[in-house]
Design a binder for this molecule. Structure first.
Ligand code: ADP
Ligand code: MG
Length: 508
């Protein structure tokens, strides 16, 4: 008996030490559809897909997988690929030094006798690419491609394996608008050819655009399957994801009077000796006590460079200009110097510079403020545990214990750990650089709520750098716009609109 479903996963339960990642999940996908799988970070999406792909083999989970009407017992990824289930992972698995065609056929090379047939490989690579990106030259090295094109190579690789069910785990989270649009178009084209896709994304706009049906997971449980297109609205999906209605994604702040200027920057310039040019050409701005100041601008406008150069990164930038902090003229010789003065910077790129993923939660939280834990020559380990648990409570960090390695936490929870790390040093001024990039709506809402609490209750001041205009508008008391290395404009909360910001942000 043939079923309309190409895939049925029944009663799937998967435990890790201390967490039940999946709890009796039923998941079904129709033949030929684009099925979107959504849920907050940590809700179990990737784990479910790793079970489907055989990454977690049969026996390491409870429940069953039916693919094309047959019960499957995958021992590894190879088993699932053999019958047409191919996954493109969150972290790309390409070899940068190899060409596009070598990557496409890596692991399933076209051989004649003992040797790889390169001519045929190139021809086949072109054939596969013709379906999705005809103008991409297969002999280019992958390292010379942008992320958008690298994703396309991954898809080409999947197609070369005769894929029937393509799984994409957050493929657009590192892509810009244009590349994301292209990728979605490709997935839609594949659908025309009869290929079924499962798409994981936290961008609800994309879900609404491409989905034929949607499954929502929350805390490892299957919460809803939405088939009716009329129910594909952001509000509806968010409600299922977070388990409550969020009226307003940006929590309201009380109307407040601000204190005196805590931070002022005059005639600031930063020269990058590696690039041999000024990355910040002119910045004049201030922040008052208790204020959230947004810095908007396009990619490359110099926002992160402004923050880093102010933060005492003397090795990377030659700076000119004046900083007044907490009533005094200051010159920060190093980030440590800035931290001591009460200035903290939460970096945009938390994977590379923010956290040590291999270390546990408590070590990461206390790393920048170890002097507070010193007892004589030693670190007071009891205090370390107590303090980290306080932050775990305060920020609702989802982890079984503070001894968990940070790499086992979801993106949103990793972000909370980096915020905790900076809160522990009790800064007067906190710079948050793209604080909600790559995290889901629920965690975003919690971070916004926390920002409000910090300025309202702790009298902290915040500079928020963000590329998401709704976020800048929703959270800032005042907004500066950067363009081409300069602060080119200032807007008050009440006068600011997306159009006004964009007008200032584009370079002429
Ligand atoms: P999602 O993809 O929806 O963000 P995941 O499937 O990655 O969520 O994670 C689900 C839950 O399982 C989370 O609580 C996560 O911390 C936990 N988890 C995932 N992988 C591991 C692992 N290898 N070891 C321990 N816990 C894990
Ligand atoms: Mg995931």
């Amino acid at each position: 008996m043939s079923s309309e479903f190409i895939l049925e996963m029944r009663n799937i339960t998967k435990e890790f030490p201390g967490v039940r990642a999946l709890d009796n999940v039923d998941f079904k996908v129709r033949k030929g559809e684009i099925h979107c799988l959504v849920g907050e970070n940590g809700s179990g999406k990737s784990t479910l897909m790793k079970i489907l792909s055989g990454f977690y083999p049969y026996g390491e989970f409870d429940g069953e997988i039916i693919f094309e009407g047959k019960k499957q017992k995958f021992r590894n990824i190879h088993d699932s690929e053999k019958i047409g289930i191919v996954t493109i992972y969150q972290e790309l698995a390409l070899i940068p030094e190899m060409t596009v065609y070598e990557n496409i056929f890596l692991g399933h090379e076209i051989v004649h006798g003992k040797f790889i047939n390169w001519n045929e490989t190139i021809t086949k690579a072109k054939e596969v690419l013709a379906h999705i990106k005809p103008d991409l030259d297969p002999s280019i090295k992958v390292k010379d491609l942008g992320v958008g094109h690298q994703q396309i190579v991954e898809i080409a690789k999947a197609l070369s394996k005769n894929v029937k069910l393509l799984i994409l785990d957050e493929p657009t989270s590192s892509l810009n608008e244009e590349d994301s649009e292209n990728l979605l178009k490709i997935i839609k084209n594949l659908k025309e050819k009869g290929i079924t896709s499962i798409l994981i994304t936290h961008k609800l706009k994309e879900v609404i655009e491409v989905a034929d049906s949607i499954t929502v997971l929350r805390d490892g449980k299957m919460i809803a399957r939405i088939d009716n297109k009329e129910e594909f609205t952001e509000n509806n999906i968010i409600k299922y994801m977070v388990g409550r209605e969020i009226q307003d994604i940006y929590p309201k702040r009380k109307k407040r009077e601000f204190g005196e200027k805590i931070f002022e920057v005059k005639n600031w310039k930063a020269y990058d000796p590696k690039l041999e040019r000024y990355v910040v050409k002119e910045a004049n701005f201030y922040v008052k006590k208790g204020e959230i100041v947004g810095i908007a601008g396009l990619m490359g406008a110099g926002r992160t460079e402004l923050a880093l150069s102010l933060f005492g990164n003397a090795k990377d930038y030659i700076v000119e200009g004046e900083i007044y902090f907490d009533g005094e003229k200051r010159k920060f010789k190093s980030p440590n110097d800035a931290i001591k003065a009460g200035f903290a910077y939460l970096s945009e790129d938390r994977k590379n510079t923010g956290l040590i993923l291999d270390f546990d939660v408590k070590t990461n939280i206390t790393l920048a403020g170890l002097n507070q834990l010193k007892r004589g020559l030693f670190i007071d380990e009891n205090k370390e545990v107590i303090v980290s648990n306080q932050f775990k409570e305060y920020l609702k960090i989802k982890t079984p214990t503070v001894e968990q390695k940070v790499m086992n936490l979801s993106g949103g929870n990793q972000q909370k750990v980096s915020i905790a790390k900076w809160l522990f040093v009790k800064p007067k001024l906190l710079i948050l650089d793209e604080p909600t990039r790559g995290i889901d709506v629920g965690a975003k809402y919690e971070i916004y709520t926390l920002m409000n609490k910090l300025v309202e209750e702790e009298g902290m001041s915040i500079i928020m750098i963000s590329s998401e205009l709704p976020e800048v508008l929703g959270m800032s008391d005042r907004i500066y716009v950067m363009s081409g290395g300069r602060i080119v404009g200032e807007l008050g909360r009440d006068e600011a609109t997306q159009e006004k910001i964009m007008e200032m942000a584009v370079e002429y």
